[in-house]
Structures are given as structure tokens and as C-alpha cells.
Design a binder for this molecule. Structure first.
Ligand code: HEM
Length: 417
């Protein structure tokens, strides 16, 4: 028989979650001295779990499923409806293989070259400006990279609006009210645009290279041999473009980390060790908050750590808390790339983009894309441009607002080559 798990006494913790943000789960785990506690969220019974073993449980597809776990409001803004995020089992694996097939070494090499070129093009424009907000500029830069790489024809005049739309879809995930509605409006507009492009690719009115995401999404066949519904194909192509634009958040955090840790900047400049840039990137992904937690539903009754999990119960896996778990990371609240010197991944410890095997489960298929773009970007910031960091700006990173960013977006001035 099972014991009662630690239980949050409040009737419903949704409000506390929104008031506390990223530390919500970890704070309670520390209070209860447990990697598991029970609560109620959006009116439902829920287990919150944190840490390496919790991540392993969360990615056990015999025990957990995604179907019905993603709130409609998130689908209508961040993810889109009927995309890979909501699927389970064989159908999920088949769809996921489509995403993974786009991440070959050759395609990643192309991506790195495109990214470097766009940094160079952007720098030529920045040198004439007095100041610029790095986050905004990085979104536009990455929107150009994403569309080129994915085979999506993008006119220069559209860049600003589309870059902001993709950013707003992401910004909507932790929001109620205006930020949520801005995300929905952005999704509507971008789905219309991408649907039209896929339709034209299918009718051969637009030619795109076979190795691109646009081609793959247009002509992918499901397990029954059918093309994807136009709407779903658009959702999946947006599942490539939107998160590449979202890497602007990590680029902004990279610039902040360089500014606040000048010794890291020196090490990257000296380029004494090629691995150092990689450790720096990993530490940025570990240290700074982005995706706070993930949700799934219990697929069938089971016991874990002496607690019984009943079918249908919601389970939230704490991503932020796991990347700051003192059991896994020494001095987790210190920024220290050197911690990766002798690190060996267990697949369930460094999980800012989910855990497990991306082919089998829902782990992000874009981790190599993210890491490669971050590497090229930090090397560019450190070695190929000079800038001042505007003194009079608010660089604090709220841990309540989800998703978060340095308040000012990181304002640079006096930009030169
Ligand atoms: C899934 C984070 C970049 C495509 C995920 C998940 C997280 C995540 C937390 C959920 C994992 C799960 O449900 O178990 C991030 C972060 C990124 C990023 C923080 C940095 C900006 C990317 C990129 C791409 C991408 C660059 C594509 C090029 C996807 C897709 C899924 C996903 C398609 C759904 C996978 C599935 O449900 O099987 N990501 N991601 N992401 N990500 Fe990323």
C-alpha cells in the first residue's frame, strides 16, 4: 500500500504558479524534501515531479501519454493543433522520424554557414546604428536563417512582422490576457501564410529543394499513406521555423553571460580550447530559464516512489528545477561552463529541451540546431564584432515572467567590426 505524497494545502495552485514562475515546483520540492508532490492545477489533480529519476519516469511511454495533456489555449498559440506534440505511440514515432530526418550532419553544416552569413549581413547594418536591442535583431536574423534553411520563401519586407509573430507565439505560453491573444493572432496569420506556401509547393507553383523542411512537410505521408492535412503540414513547418526564431532568447542570454562573466569572454576569444565554446553553450542552456515544465497524463495506474499514480492524472515534469537540482549540479545557481569539462550526459539531467531519446519520445528534435546556432552566434559576438553594453538599461532576468528575458532585451551601442 502506498503512503500519502506530500500535498500542497492550497485548494488550487494555478495562481501561485503564475505568481512564482520558474521556481514554483522546486520551491515546494525543497519544502517537502521530496522530488514529488501533489497539488491541484487548473482545477485538476496533479503530481509535480523533479530531478533525474523523475525525468526518466516522465519519458516512460508505457506509463505516460501526451494525448489530452496540452491545454487548448497552448495549442492555439504556441504549438498549433494536431501537431507532433500531441501524438503518442507509433503515429508519434512516424511523425517524429520526419523531424529527425531534417537534422543530418550535412543539413546542420548548411545551417551553420547560413547563420554565419546572416550575422555578417546584419553586422553591416548595425554599424550605422547608435544603439540596438539584441533580442529584436536576433529574432529577425534568425527568421531569415530559419526560412532560408527550411525552404520557405520570405520577402525582406516581411521579416519584421513575421519574426515578431513567431516570437509572440512563444511569448504567449506563460501568459493570460493580452500576451496570450497576441500569440493567437500571430499563429493565425502565420498559419495562413505557411498553408498557402505548402499548397503552392504541392501544386508545383513553387519549387523548393527536396532536402528542405518545406518539401518534407508538403510531401510527408502518414502511416495510412496519406499526405498531411494542409493545416497540419503548416503546423509542422511552423514547428521548425518558430523555435529557430526562439533561439533569439538564448542568444540574448549568451550576450548577458559574456557581459557578466568577462573571464568566459576571454576564454572564447583566446579559443584555446574548441570545447570551451561548447561548454559555454551548454551552461547557458542549463543556467537560464526558458521552458519551465512539461505536462503529460498517466496512461495506466502505476506506483512510483511508494506513491500510486492513477490513470488520467496530470503529471508535470520540472525542467527548470532539474537543471538546477543540487543532486545533479554542484552550486547550481553559479554560472560555470567548466562544470561540463568532465560531464557525461545521462539523457535525463541536462533537460532544458526535454529528456530521453528524441526518436522514441518527445525530446526536442532541434537540440543540435540550437547548439550549433548558439555556437556560431557566441563566436561571432566574441570574435567578429565589437560593441559597448549600454550602461543605462535594466538587465535583470525575472524568474516570475514566463518566458523570460533580460528586461531591456540587451541594448548594445557603438557597434563595430
Ligand atoms: C519539443 C525546448 C529549439 C523543434 C521541445 C520540448 C522542449 C523544447 C522543452 C518538449 C519536449 C517534450 O515534450 O518532451 C526547446 C528550446 C529551444 C528549442 C528551449 C531553443 C530555442 C527547437 C528547434 C527546433 C525545435 C531549433 C526545430 C528546428 C521542436 C519540436 C518539438 C520540440 C518539433 C516537439 C517534439 C515532439 O513532440 O516529439 N522543444 N526547443 N525546437 N521542439 Fe524544441
Amino acid at each position: 500500500s502506498s503512503e500519502q505524497p506530500p500535498k500542497d494545502k492550497t485548494l488550487d495552485s494555478t495562481l501561485e504558479l503564475l505568481q512564482e514562475g520558474y521556481p514554483f515546483i522546486q520551491k515546494r520540492c525543497q519544502q517537502f524534501q521530496s522530488h514529488l508532490f501533489q497539488t491541484r492545477l487548473i482545477g485538476k489533480e496533479a503530481f509535480c515531479i523533479s530531478g533525474e529519476e523523475a525525468a526518466e519516469l516522465f519519458y516512460d511511454s508505457e506509463k505516460m501519454q501526451r494525448h489530452g495533456a496540452i491545454p487548448k489555449r497552448i495549442q492555439k498559440s504556441l504549438f498549433g493543433e494536431n501537431g507532433v506534440q500531441t501524438m503518442d505511440g507509433e503515429a508519434h514515432q512516424h511523425r517524429k522520424a520526419l523531424f529527425m530526418s531534417l537534422m543530418t550532419p550535412a543539413r546542420l553544416e548548411t545551417l551553420k554557414i547560413l547563420t554565419k552569413q546572416e550575422w555578417e549581413n546584419s553586422l553591416n547594418k548595425w554599424v550605422n546604428k547608435e544603439t540596438m536591442i539584441l533580442f529584436d535583431e536576433a529574432q529577425e536574423l534568425l527568421c531569415r536563417v530559419a526560412c532560408k534553411w527550411a525552404g520557405v520563401p520570405l520577402k525582406e519586407a516581411e521579416v519584421k512582422v513575421r519574426a515578431r509573430d513567431y516570437g509572440n507565439m512563444v511569448d504567449a505560453f506563460g501568459a493570460v490576457g493580452p500576451r496570450h491573444w497576441r500569440g493567437r493572432k500571430a499563429r493565425k496569420r502565420e498559419e495562413e501564410w505557411i498553408k498557402d506556401i505548402i499548397d503552392k509547393i504541392r501544386k508545383e507553383e513553387i519549387q523548393v529543394p527536396e532536402e528542405t523542411a518545406a518539401y518534407a512537410m508538403a510531401f510527408h505521408r502518414d502511416l495510412d499513406g496519406n499526405l498531411l492535412d494542409l493545416q497540419v503540414a503548416a503546423v509542422e513547418l511552423i514547428n521548425i521555423v518558430r523555435p529557430i526564431v526562439a533561439i533569439a532568447t538564448y542568444i540574448t542570454f549568451e550576450a548577458l553571460a559574456l557581459y557578466e562573466n568577462p573571464e568566459c569572454l576571454e576564454k572564447i576569444r583566446k579559443n584555446a580550447n574548441d570545447d570551451y565554446t561548447y561548454w559555454f553553450v551548454q551552461e547557458v542552456r542549463r543556467f537560464y530559464p526558458f521552458a519551465p515544465f512539461l505536462g503529460a497524463n498517466v496512461k495506466q495506474d502505476f506506483e512510483w516512489q511508494n506513491q500510486s499514480f492513477k490513470k488520467g492524472t496530470m503529471v508535470l515534469l520540472d525542467l527548470y528545477g532539474t537543471t538546477h537540482d543540487p543532486m545533479l549540479w554542484e552550486e547550481p545557481d553559479q554560472f560555470n561552463p567548466d562544470r561540463f569539462t568532465e560531464w557525461e550526459s545521462s539523457c535525463f539531467d541536462l533537460i532544458p529541451q526535454g529528456g530521453g531519446d528524441p526518436y522514441m519520445g518527445h525530446r526536442c528534435p532541434g537540440e543540435h540546431v540550437t547548439i550549433d546556432i548558439m555556437r556560431v552566434s557566441v563566436e561571432f559576438l566574441a570574435n567578429h564584432m565589437k560593441y559597448d553594453v549600454l550602461k543605462d538599461q535594466d538587465l535583470t532576468v525575472s524568474h516570475v515572467k514566463m518566458p523570460t528575458l533580460p528586461e531591456s532585451g540587451f541594448i548594445m551601442s557603438n557597434i563595430r567590426k
